[in-house]
Ligand binder design. Structure first.
Ligand code: GLN
Length: 495
């Protein structure tokens, strides 16, 4: 059994753990020790590339010392969290799940992890991910696949979703109270749905991208994975904020995201996009979506059908824009500046040898697609056209948000699938993102809330999308879904 039995301490939410430390029931050091113990027991999940136990204990002791002198920082102080290995961490190996970053220890810390550290959070280690965050199943990592702590009825090992699969598995398996993720087209929300936890992608620009290994710069956004909506609000509050080092980070204040969580949703208008009904979608997902509407109606929302007519072009346009940006961002891995470096008789041969050996198949596929759509002769036909489609998608959302406060959809078209499935069919893999990509293309905040189980006892999420920088309404509606769903199922309890 690879999932540890939760102890009292590993089973807390961030909110409850913060209360417990404030009351003096336990220390951050005890809380951290409990999670490091869980990490060892669950090593078989392969959720971590680099555990950092010594650093964690050092930070935990510092937190306890702050608390002893009345200087504790707030709800994240002393809280053990995991960090996706796409965030650069000062002096700690940062791999992006790729062979090409072998041995790379950045001499700097990303802004988001700096913010978390300043808020007192305790990093337990760096989590596994799809190589350069490209994927939906955490099967493209150089460090091997991550196992979902949930198992299906047939006992097969399942994917935790991707690309923030290690972070999702760590939170679901009670190894960390929360984790950072990044979401370019769904990589926080889809693994949250597959792992039965909450995953929040903030508005593009809410969190700084500085020091996060770039995949597709116009889409990448950091966010929290947690076991409750309130925890997501607290963690996002610590992560977010304007950063002069990222010109796309928004110069606006960070509200107290947790303040209005219990204000209720009475009178809010919820849009149900008709284009999100897919042929062949499992009936449980349709049923859960309808259930979600009923839950919100019961709490005083009005649900109305809306139309986002360009939805069907979002995925194809994403798979032009994202690889185009990736091919340009990944040009920096040349064997000179970072990590792996192989010899060659000429400079070109050295580049070829290093990049050929250092990048996995999926990354190579994206670089090829990206270079192709940016090349002379194809640039107008593909890249410019995809950018135009992106504008139309954003316009669709702008129009419906003149009338509704949030949108409700399923998070993913399926529950977690077996490791090895869809591996030889990239398009089937890309279809995982069909519900999450449109909000990414429009830069909108969105969240996945665990809401039910499928016929095999596997978790399914509901997905909410809100207006730009309206994470407060997003979280408020998410809270009411969480209250109504009362999702208490956990990995290990499935047959
Ligand atoms: N699955 C999508 C992709 O492979 C999204 C990944 C992400 O959000 N980082 O591009």
């Amino acid at each position: 059994m690879s999932t540890p039995a939760p102890t009292e301490l590993t089973d807390l939410t961030i909110t409850a753990a913060a209360d417990g430390m404030a009351k003096g029931d336990f220390s951050s050091e005890e809380l951290t020790q409990a999670h490091l113990g869980a990490m060892e027991i669950a090593a078989g999940l392969n959720a971590f590339i680099t555990p950092t136990p010594d650093l964690a204990l050092e930070r935990a002791k510092e937190s306890d010392a702050r608390r002893a002198t009345g200087d504790a920082q707030g709800p994240m102080d002393g809280i053990p969290i995991a960090v996706k290995d796409l965030f650069c961490t000062d002096g700690v190996l940062t791999t992006a799940g790729s062979h090409i970053l072998d041995g790379f220890k950045p001499p700097y810390e990303s802004t988001v992890t700096t913010n978390l550290r300043d808020a007192g959070a305790v990093m337990l280690g760096k989590t596994n991910l799809d190589e350069f965050a490209m994927g939906s199943a955490n099967v493209t990592s150089y460090y091997g696949p991550v196992k979902n702590p949930w198992k299906g009825n047939d006992g097969k090992d399942l994917v935790p979703g991707g690309s923030s699969g290690g972070s999702a598995a760590a939170v679901a398996a009670r190894i960390a109270l929360g984790a950072t993720g990044t979401d370019t087209g769904g990589s926080i929300r889809q693994p949250a749905s597959f792992s039965g936890i909450v995953g929040l992608k903030p508005t593009y620009g809410r969190c700084s991208r500085w020091g996060i290994v770039a995949f597709a710069s116009s889409l990448d956004q950091a966010g929290p994975l947690t076991r409750s909506v309130a925890d997501a609000a607290h963690m996002l509050g610590a992560m977010a904020g304007h950063d002069p080092k990222d010109s796309t980070s928004a110069p606006i204040p960070v509200p107290d995201f947790a303040a209005g969580l219990d204000a209720g949703v009475k009178g809010l208008k919820v849009g149900i996009p008709k284009e999100y009904t897919l042929d062949g979608m499992p009936p449980e997902i349709e049923a859960l979506w309808t259930q979600g509407m009923d839950w919100l109606k019961d709490q005083g929302c009005e649900c109305v059908e809306v139309s986002l007519p360009h939805t069907k072009y979002a995925l194809p346009a994403y798979y032009i824009v994202a690889p185009a940006e990736a091919s340009s961002n990944l040009a920096r891995y040349d064997g000179v500046r970072y990590g792996l470096s192989l010899d060659g008789d000429s400079l070109d041969e050295m580049y070829e040898a290093t990049r050929g050996e250092g990048f996995g198949d999926e990354v190579r596929r994206r670089v090829l697609i990206g270079t192709y759509v940016l090349s002379a002769g194809y640039y107008d036909a593909y890249y410019i056209k995809a950018q135009r489609v992106r504008t139309l998608i954003a316009d669709d959302f702008r129009k419906v948000f003149e009338d509704v406060d949030v949108l409700l959809t399923p998070t993913a078209p399926s529950a977690a699938f077996a490791i090895g499935e869809k591996m030889d069919d990239p398009v089937a893999m890309y279809l995982n993102d069909v519900f999450t990509v449109p909000a990414s293309m429009a830069g909108l905040p969105a969240i996945s809330v665990p809401a039910g189980l499928d016929a095999n006892g596997l978790p399914l999420g509901l997905h909410l999308i809100a207006k730009p920088f309206d994470e407060e309404t997003l979280l408020r509606v998410a809270q009411s879904l969480e209250d109504a769903a009362g999702f208490t199922a956990r990995p290990g309890a499935t047959p």
